[in-house]
Design a protein around this ligand. Structure first.
Ligand code: GLN
Length: 487
């Protein structure tokens, strides 16, 4: 098997035994990119030269370190929302089309410290607003399983790159589903950690009370290893949680006997693709066979989640995006005076979806509407969180589909933003409640497109999510299937 198609944990073992070098591996990954990128379009920026230099350094470290870090010498891709010192960071927006950050995000620093090789920056929906990566101001990324389909979003470039073996693992961000939904669409593993578990410092902000960084990987073990590397307290992020980071990967032994999983009845809705429902129900039965106790639960406020999210997320976005005025960084249009310069910069610099959200958010926060919309949405958010608190009194995890459908066709939903917003109906509540959740493959639909299973955990309990997901993965072989990208 070619090196690019191996997992992080497999490659780590080969690298530490020095059966392969990081330079060889990095070359293999760039060779893979060379033959696939013209069709998939995952990357906004490729860092071949610096990656090879990093690989050389990693090889030196591999030669001297007795117990090398699992990421040492492994090629990783970053969503283009992570600040990378000296490397173009666009957030897939024209307004940041020329932005070169002066520092690294904390998570990027941690990856570099661990010796990861940074392959490049991946495509995304502009400012992470979207579910298909079609809102990128730059180009459309295609789903490696079917090039006419979307890879999901907003971390679609990262998910496509992992699925197409153009990198070994990647980082994404998830505000309402943007790690889990693209992972589901691309047949791989995506983990959104607990809010505050991973530093947001140096992540371009979309909705600060919802945004969270997480790994996108080929397998569950890789997800655990990546989370170990990026999690932990960061004094640079005031919402960062000061709690020890468990050695997640060491808990993955396949034994899940006696764990209790709740199945929320509100998550099996009309309009859901029948193949998805069938695969998820089969996955639940497979877990039961492995000793997991299954019970039906209720999350009664689920139906209000999308409405509450689109008030809160747009309100926060309208405030976060006020900084893009053409003065401090990025693109500037020229007007006859200062006001016209501001207006033209934002008019030309932002895409349609971003403008829609800034307007929605500004409206929801304006005098006279604040109580009716924003305050109301915050109350709904508290109720949604309470639903989960209640449910977790009797179960250890909650299991649901990740998305109501598999990857849809490119262009299918671009004319109807409300249809697009519904793609996140099963992922959004988790962000509103600040909980951790993971998506992993649980089957394929009749068109051969991957289906995702979502495992939601208690606050800071990524460990149990990973244990359940790992046990399911080991009992099935969905994760071993690869898209056919032969030229
Ligand atoms: N699709 C959702 C949105 O458009 C979530 C995006 C995200 O998680 N970044 O806002």
């Amino acid at each position: 098997m070619s090196l690019h198609s191996l997992t992080l944990h497999e490659l780590h073992s080969k690298l530490r035994k020095r059966e392969i070098s990081s330079q060889e591996l990095t070359e293999a990954v760039f060779d893979r990119i060379a033959v696939t990128e013209e069709r998939v379009h995952s990357f906004i920026t490729l860092c071949r030269e610096s990656a090879l230099a990093e690989a050389k350094k990693a090889d030196e470290r591999l030669g001297t370190e007795k117990d090398p870090d699992p990421l040492l010498g492994v090629p990783i891709a970053l969503k283009d929302i992570f600040l990378t010192r000296g490397v173009l960071t666009t957030c897939a927006s024209k307004i940041l089309g020329n932005f070169i950050p002066p520092y690294d995000a904390t998570t990027v620093k941690k990856l570099r410290g661990a010796g990861a090789v940074i392959v490049g920056k991946t495509n995304m929906d502009e400012f992470a607003m979207g579910s298909s990566t079609e809102n990128s101001a730059l180009f459309v990324t295609r789903n490696p399983w079917n090039l006419d389909r979307v890879p999901g979003g907003s971390s679609g470039g990262s998910a496509a790159a992992v699925s197409a073996d153009q990198c070994i693992a990647a980082l994404g961000t998830d505000t309402g589903g943007s790690i889990r939904q693209p992972a589901a669409c691309c047949g791989i593993v995506g983990l959104k950690p607990t809010y505050g578990r991973v530093s947001r410092f140096g992540i371009i902000a979309f909705a600060s009370s919802l945004d969270q960084v997480g790994p996108i990987t080929k397998e569950v073990m890789d997800s655990a290893l990546m989370l170990e590397a990026i999690a932990g307290f960061d004094p640079m992020d005031s919402t960062s949680i000061n709690a020890p980071v468990p050695p997640y990967s060491r808990y993955l032994d396949g034994d899940v006997k006696g764990l209790r999983a709740g199945i929320p009845k509100e998550y099996f809705i009309p309009g859901m693709q029948p193949d998805v429902e069938k695969a998820v129900k089969e996955a639940i039965r497979a877990l039961e066979k492995n000793g997991v106790e299954i019970e039906e639960i209720s999350l009664p406020h689920t139906e209000y989640a999308i409405a509450a999210y689109y008030i809160i997320a747009t309100a926060e976005a309208s405030s976060n995006l006020a900084r893009y005025d053409g003065m401090k960084y990025g693109f500037r249009a020229h007007g006859k005076d200062l006001t016209e310069t501001y207006v033209k910069t934002r008019e030309e610099g932002f895409g349609a979806e971003v403008k829609r959200r800034i307007m929605l958010g500004t409206y929801a926060l304006s005098a006279g509407y604040y109580d009716a919309y924003y305050l109301k949405a915050q109350k709904v958010r508290a109720l949604i969180k309470k639903d989960f608190d209640e449910a977790f009194k009797t179960c250890d995890v909650i299991i649901t589909p990740t998305a109501p459908t598999t990857a849809f066709e490119i262009g299918e939903k671009t004319q109807d933003p409300l249809q697009m917003y519904l793609s996140d109906i099963f992922t959004i509540s988790v962000n509103l409640a600040g909980l951790p959740a993971l998506s992993l493959p649980c089957g394929f639909d009749s068109d051969g497109l991957p289906i995702g299973l979502q495992v939601i955990g208690k606050h800071l309990d990524e460990a149990t999510i990973l244990r359940i997901a790992y046990a399911y993965e080991q009992a099935t072989d969905w994760h071993k299937r690869k898209p056919n990208l032969a030229p």
